[in-house]
Design a protein around this ligand. Structure first.
Ligand code: 5GP
Ligand code: MN
Length: 330
């Protein structure tokens, strides 16, 4: 049987023996994706490796201040030689976007997948996937420990930002005493919890709070399913050009009558971003997976083609089924 620590050792071995490493995280990256990308990338640079950091982007404002963020490349590599490809926080190869495709297609290249999504398809040659990990960054810490690599301040800042993003400030059910011990180590290495939390969780652009206002005003509650809709017209009429997900769904779950919450937001590509959250005991991960997306049991998402009314009807029907089934099972 392959244990998690075997996989950590294997991952560490691959990183140790490679000298030119390409690392990519998912498109539409969140703080865990960018924080893990930079945290692992900077640590490998500290070990003397040549590192290429890749994502399709866009890099969210909340992490644009992270150390060395300007090293991240938003275009695929061309002829740069690479001997290891690391895919981070991505449950399937498509999720890596354009920057990942030439690397995935190269059969000669070893791929290491590091992730914590239950919906991961294990597309690597070596897969370090721990569903219990609160963030992909947690796995990066295990790998750096296996390499006996001391965590520097810049690496700690990136990794703490990743944790804060995926755990909403260490407040969700995936957080364990071990998560808190790792967070304490990152703070000891020089990462400022309060400051980073403020940047990731509190600071919002005016566009973003206006978008939230629209979403908040447009909410519906039926059978324990709370949903909000931001249409293309609303986006346009308000001059809201921000392409990032509205991240409303976390907030919507504050309503006690809601067991699951979902936000539907038209994006600038003419598609609809669907972001789902569930209370413990309910599962939105499998629903997102069925819809071609992915995620975790309690936080998942997908992107669907309109029209909006049809997408809303389809997803809400599935979620109502989930609240009914879960109640029946309990
Ligand atoms: P959020 O709602 O914050 O955008 O995403 C919640 C979780 O679901 C994150 O772990 C994110 O990576 C995952 N997720 C969101 N959208 C997609 C998607 O379109 N495809 C996949 N595979 N995962 C997604
Ligand atoms: Mn993550």
């Amino acid at each position: 049987m392959t244990t998690q620590s075997d996989q950590v050792q294997r991952a560490a071995g691959l990183l140790d023996s490679a000298s030119r490493i390409a690392i990519a995280c998912h498109l539409g990256p969140d703080p865990d994706a960018i924080g893990s990308l930079l945290g692992l990338g900077l640590a490998m640079q500290e070990r003397g490796k040549t590192v290429h950091l890749l994502t399709d982007g866009p890099i969210p404002r909340s992490v644009q201040w992270l150390p060395s963020v300007d090293q991240i490349r938003l275009k695929p590599l061309t002829d740069e030689p690479v001997d290891l490809f690391v895919a981070l926080d991505s449950s399937d190869p498509e999720r890596l976007g354009e920057v990942g495709q030439p690397l995935i297609a190269n059969d000669e290249l070893t791929t290491l997948v590091i992730d914590h999504h239950a919906t991961n398809t294990e597309f690597g040659d070596v897969n370090l996937i721990t569903v219990e990990a609160a963030a992909t960054a947690e796995q990066i810490v295990y790998v750096l420990d296996a390499l006996q690599h001391a965590i520097s301040q810049p690496v700690a800042e990136c990794l703490l930002a990743a944790f804060i993003g995926d755990t909403v400030g260490f407040s969700v059910s995936s957080v364990t005493p071990l998560t808190m011990r790792i967070a304490a180590r990152l703070m000891e290495a020089g990462a400022a919890l309060h400051e980073i939390s403020d940047r990731i969780l509190n600071i919002r652009t005016l566009d973003e709070i206006r978008l939230w206002g629209i979403g908040m005003a447009n909410t519906h509650l039926e059978q324990g399913v709370l949903w909000s809709v931001i249409t293309e017209e609303e986006r346009r009429d308000n001059g809201l050009m921000d392409t990032s997900r509205s991240r409303l769904s976390n907030t919507l779950l504050c309503v006690p009558e809601a067991y699951v919450a979902v936000s539907f937001a038209a994006n600038s590509d003419g598609e609809i971003d669907v972001s789902m959250r569930a209370r413990p005991g309910y599962d939105v991960g499998s629903i997102a997976y069925e819809l071609g997306g992915g995620g975790h049991t309690l936080a998942a998402g997908c992107t669907l083609k309109g029209p909006m009314e049809e997408v809303v009807r389809r997803v809400v029907t599935m979620l109502k089924q989930e609240t009914t089934d879960a109640v029946r099972d309990s």
